[in-house]
Design a protein around this ligand. Sequence first.
Ligand SMILES: Nc1ncnc2c1ncn2[C@@H]1O[C@H](COP(=O)(O)OP(=O)(O)O)[C@@H](O)[C@H]1O
Ligand SMILES: [Mg+2]
Length: 474
Amino acid sequence: MRLAPRIPFKRVIYVKCRNGWLKASGEDISLFGVKFSLERWEECEDKDWVKLRIKFNGSEATLNGKIYRKENSIRGVVLFNEDDSFLSKTVGRIITTRIKDSRTCPYCKSQVNDDDDVECPNCHMPLDFTKVDLIKALRRIKLGDILSGKVPDLIKGQICQEEKVEFIGTCDCMKKVFDLIRKYALTDYPVLILGETGTGKELTAKAIHEKSPRRNGPFIAINCAAIPKELLEAELFGYEKGAFTGADKQKRGKIEVADGGTLFLDEVGELPLELQAKLLRFLEDLSFERVGGTDRIRANVRVIAATNRNLEELVEKGLFREDLYYRLKVLTIELPPLRERGDDVIVMAKYFLEKFTREQGKEILGFTDDALELIKSYQWPGNVRELINTIRKAIVLTDKKYIDSGDLDIDVEKLSKDISGKGIFNLKEHVEKLERELVEKAFRITGGNISRMASMLGVSRPTIYKLMEKYGLL
Ligand SMILES: Nc1ncnc2c1ncn2[C@@H]1O[C@H](COP(=O)(O)OP(=O)(O)O)[C@@H](O)[C@H]1O
Ligand SMILES: [Mg+2]
């Protein structure tokens, strides 16, 4: 992924040469350099360094640069050799104005709503390149940093959203999920994703989008539970100027921004009833009205909804419209809780350990057996999200080469309240495990001789019979 956006720049650029200024034709420009064609490169004053004159927004700037690469005899790239403050006022301004004019995010290509948006409403990448700090931050990032996950905090969260995230699943139930993702991606119907918090509902929605023909369009997420009821309608459907106090200009909603792509409605169970009706209407013919507007606007959007609530129950209580429920539930994906995914929890724990260790630049080699056992037996009520946070924290806090169970911040209280009652501290389970091991050992050594086993283990012959029966040795 390109961090400093490059935009087309088909303008005349003047390049200083021995006999004055030569005319070159620009191709594209980024904060750090410009690409252009020049017929007479050989006339440039110096082989490496050049001066460029570039017009921007009516005025002109002279920039020093270093020839980075000549692609062929005419086309070349010059890297600017100017300080960031100067770049922000010249090239930064050109790029920012161009983005505003095109109303397109240079990173994810989704539409940008407002002139004064400083970040993309979809991918949250910054859009105002007149800020010196931003240029500084972008300059510090190297490709190696991105690959190894060491991206400065300033824009790290935003970049993570752009990266392809690994979707881990080896158990049969996750294989079924992956199969459904592939199949659903080929259709344009709404999808309903069900699952406890942290099971990967948003990840699943993104995966469907990525595999669908809409993959080059925007993926817009909105969390119905996180936005106050009164604002949700305007957020979703947009509003016209004057629709309510403070609506001093028209604003497009998430549905419009998602045009050509996918809209992810997280926590759809929290959608107020009035908005459920409006959403249903939208799903019927893909048209809607902005708040305060009368025109029906069309948006080519695929809706994916998710919830951790029991929608059927909400329908029974009259909190969720039955017709909307039926409309959404045609294509459903149920994400199993992490505790039901067998060894996936171990696979994931190892994966995240390696990933975050690299990120934090620490030297941690793995988990102890103890830690793995705890990870396996814990119920993970917060699912993958909780696993990620626990491992991240353990890596930060430990001074050891191997993470042990004490490094894992797992609430033992919670553990003992596990639904199945079978946690790592379950005495009966541990005693039985040891008992089985000893009985089997004695069985092997004595060749199954009851008397010798009895004296070896210090119990009576009838007890040996019982134990052998219990562990399937008879
Ligand atoms: N199977 C998986 N493999 C890798 N990462 C996962 C998996 N499932 C979830 N995650 C990660 O766990 C976190 C929570 O997932 P998310 O999709 O936000 O869950 P939900 O929306 O169900 O609460 C995210 O960081 C996500 O990338
Ligand atoms: Mg979520």
